[in-house]
Design a protein around this ligand. Structure first.
Ligand SMILES: [Zn+2]
Length: 49
């Protein structure tokens, strides 16, 4: 099990998600579950469970 950096839930799988910080000087890489990853959300429609 791994934990999602966004919702802190333990999930079976996470995907890497890179997002810019406030300063835009560097990218922060997070591990996100399917529910938190924007691209996964697109695929699944709107499942916010
Ligand atoms: Zn999550």
């Amino acid at each position: 099990m791994v934990s999602c950096d966004n919702c802190k839930n333990e999930v079976a799988q996470v995907w890497r998600y890179r997002r810019p910080t406030e300063t835009m000087t560097f990218w922060r890489e997070e591990q996100r579950c399917a529910g938190c990853h924007p691209r996964m959300d697109e695929r699944r429609g709107r499942s916010s469970a």
